[in-house]
Ligand binder design. Sequence first.
Ligand SMILES: Nc1ncnc2c1ncn2[C@@H]1O[C@H](COP(=O)(O)OP(=O)(O)OP(=O)(O)O)[C@@H](O)[C@H]1O
Ligand SMILES: [Mg+2]
Length: 504
Amino acid sequence: MGNDALLVLDKVCKSFGPVQVIDEVTVEVHAGKVSVLLGENGAGKSTLIKMIAGVHEPDAGRILMDGKAVKIPNTKASEALGIATIHQELNLVPSMTIAENITLGRVPRKFGIINRRAMRQIARDAMDKLGLKLDVDTPVGELGLAQQQLVEIAKALSLDARVLILDEPTAALTKSEIAHLFSVVNTLKAQGVGMVFISHHLDEIAEIGDFVNVLRDGKFIATVPADTEENELVRLMVGRDIDAQFPRVATEPGEQPLLSVKNLSDGMLKDISLEVRPGEVVALAGLMGAGRTELIRAIAGADKYSSGSVAVNGKKLASFDVAAATRAGIGHVPEDRKTQGLVLDASVAENIGYATMASTAKSGLVDRKGQKARAQQVAERLRIRMGSIDAPIRSLSGGNQQKAVFGRWFTAGAKVLLLDEPTRGVDVGAKVEIYELINEITASGGCVLMASSELPEVLGMSDRVLVMSQGRIAGELATEEATQDAIMSLAVSNVHREEEMGTK
Ligand SMILES: Nc1ncnc2c1ncn2[C@@H]1O[C@H](COP(=O)(O)OP(=O)(O)OP(=O)(O)O)[C@@H](O)[C@H]1O
Ligand SMILES: [Mg+2]
């Protein structure tokens, strides 16, 4: 590709303490092209782009912009060079409005006073680019994860950058939102913006990418065209073959329901009744906003409900009581691991051990040695990449944090696993490991209720599908009959607006 590159990371290195995370990697960004970064969880993708975003400085190597060496010591310097970054973990301030977040650090002023009108206008223009119709005065904390992600994208777009970095921007989006984002990316391509795109969805790579840079263990492996066959991409990225993508081993379900929800209502949830028997994996499908996350949170005790009941093994649980739910054997992998699932400054071992702390305490003392050994075991099974089991969970890559939340409930021996988008941000190999643990849970008499927007995952891993629409269960399908069309027609059964279901 030669020396016409807009931006080059030239043999950059980065270590955290004794661990070398990036080892002499060279990657180019070209005007009007999308350069994909592909690699397993923990391969070093986010660390690499953080060197361009001004979050980390390389220990060795150079960054060239228009052929000249540049230093990018902070985010301001990055923005000044015309680089905008959409980070994997959202960076918005929940208490501030959409408009305040989008203009953060460059608030328009008139005679020294904040010009709110101009601020709103900048935000609205950015939102229009994505076809978003949210009120820009809404506090970001009131938005769901997907909407927050879209605001983050709008914020980056409003910078009119020459280089745009997208670190897993599609992880929380539906198919129609992704289509919208990709049309924006194509427009930017035509305008000569150079982009870096990270995604664990291989089909997106072929759709939007130009070429793919593969990383493995912090090392550069190869640059290949974006239309390279998926199997070949996986082989380059993982360095081994992946067995069956969806290894569901169905179990003959037990007679009595393990989880039963009766006439549960609250706010948007309307009269929900469902049962999951031991050995079953039941998927919750539906459009974004159908109430899947709300239902899972209510069952998990994370939110209150005003009427109805939740029972495990026939024993009713109190509403809004996570501790009681945990004691009854419920495990909850929430949608947003960063704010709901993890204690970021605690170690990997502690985060995995939280749910078992009380039950394994010896004469009131936490059994730290046992906790660590069990955490180590599950971390190995899930191939959690970390400096050590004592490292703060904050230092793990996004996908590895997700694996840790899942590992916690597996270690705790949860009997009723409530999963909300369990494999979001998880690489192809680690997905299979998670699915195998799901099989073990059902084989040993547990059950799983799983909200997923990924149709292949719903079809590949569930025994039955419940489709939600506007806070109700609109219908049930056996997995064999759950085609995209069948799910959609139930999902929109009360809905007047047209939207697609995510089939990433
Ligand atoms: N601040 C830090 N301190 C210590 N280790 C870190 C830090 N940031 C990243 N790492 C380590 O660097 C490695 C690469 O992490 P990185 O976030 O770049 O992975 P990634 O390829 O983006 O993975 P994912 O697909 O899960 O997002 C991981 O092993 C991670 O634990
Ligand atoms: Mg990452």
